[in-house]
Design a protein around this ligand. Structure first.
Ligand SMILES: NC(=O)c1ccc[n+]([C@@H]2O[C@H](COP(=O)([O-])OP(=O)(O)OC[C@H]3O[C@@H](n4cnc5c(N)ncnc54)[C@H](O)[C@@H]3O)[C@@H](O)[C@H]2O)c1
Length: 277
């Protein structure tokens, strides 16, 4: 375990980092200095005030922050999807370990570039998937590793979540549910395909796929086919995906973002193997 204290930058001080990364890092005794970077100084300062980060630790570019704090060792990338690649590449150039929010990138080729660039510099890249760390998922993985269900033959999983208003560019519809600590996401972050890359698949099926692949260690998708409906938005809201996995197993993943505000939704992964399920 690393015991020394370290200095971390959070790049992108929007909804998600102001609800999760910033408060968590601000309270973590192993963080020497928390640096906030946002291209909008106003957004950075609002979050700094909320969590009592000194205003002189707010920057509008990562390069500027690194120059002022040579002891910086890592960065959390929590900017909209289309900005993940330039921000991550800059951070790698600056020699920083990374936690990159999901989806890592919009295109797989960019993800490979990032992993390769980080490897070349001996830097670590962690992705913002939270489900594999939950106790029931850790316990399930342990039993699967112990051979409880044998060789995986069939997986079906689904996730429903309250996201459709994000895709409509109307995040204010969830004010009462999320109680955004500073402010909600920008209206374009999840509704404009040029910014987000897509809708429910990029936002939620990435979580589901991460959990499915975590629970099916070593397996990868080899053939994938999908159907989607955008409803009244410009991105996918309802998706159905079928896959053939690398050991010949088959899997289905389904997801809808069109559930009512306040509905907690559902996440299910069912694994069926040669010895049971
Ligand atoms: N892990 C999860 O469960 C989870 C949940 C929600 C969001 N997220 C992810 O978090 C990320 C951020 O989402 P959000 O909802 O907070 O977005 P947001 O719209 O609330 O905030 C984005 C912030 O990034 C800033 N920004 C944009 N481009 C920048 C750049 N090049 N450099 C510096 N700052 C820049 C904007 O000014 C804004 O303050 C996304 O990747 C999203 O998918 C993850």
């Amino acid at each position: 375990m690393v015991s020394e204290r370290t200095s971390i930058a959070v790049v992108g001080t929007g909804w998600w980092s102001s609800m999760t990364h910033v408060p968590t890092l601000a309270e973590n005794g192993r963080v020497e200095k928390l640096i906030l970077v946002d291209r909008s100084r106003e957004a950075g300062e609002a979050v700094a005030r909320r969590y009592k980060v000194p205003l002189e630790r707010v920057y509008t570019s990562l390069g500027e922050a690194r120059a002022a704090h040579p002891d910086l060792t890592g960065a959390v990338v929590a900017v909209p999807h289309h900005a993940h690649v330039p921000v991550a590449k800059e951070a790698i150039e600056l020699g920083l370990h990374l936690l990159i929010e999901k989806p890592l990138t919009i295109y797989a080729r960019d993800a490979r570039d990032i992993v390769e660039a980080a490897d070349q510099k001996g830097l670590k890249v962690l992705m913002g998937y939270t489900f594999p760390y939950l106790d029931p998922v850790v316990a399930a993985r342990r039993r699967i590793d112990d051979g409880l269900i044998g060789e995986i033959e069939y997986i079906n999983c689904n996730m429903t979540s309250m996201t459709v208003e994000f895709y409509r560019g109307n995040p204010g519809a969830y004010n009462d549910v999320f109680n955004y600590p500073v402010q909600g996401p920008d209206k374009n972050t999840y509704s404009d395909p040029a910014v987000s890359g897509g809708g429910q698949a990029h936002l939620q099926i990435t979580h589901l796929a991460a959990m499915m692949l975590h629970l099916a260690p070593g397996l990868r998708g080899e053939v994938v086919t999908a159907f989607m409906n955008k409803l009244d938005t410009r991105v996918d809201v309802v998706d159905a995906i079928a896959l053939r996995l690398s050991n010949g197993a088959v899997a289905t993943m389904g997801s809808s973002g069109n559930i009512a505000p306040g509905d907690r939704g559902s996440v299910e992964v069912h694994l069926h193997g040669s010895r049971g399920r």
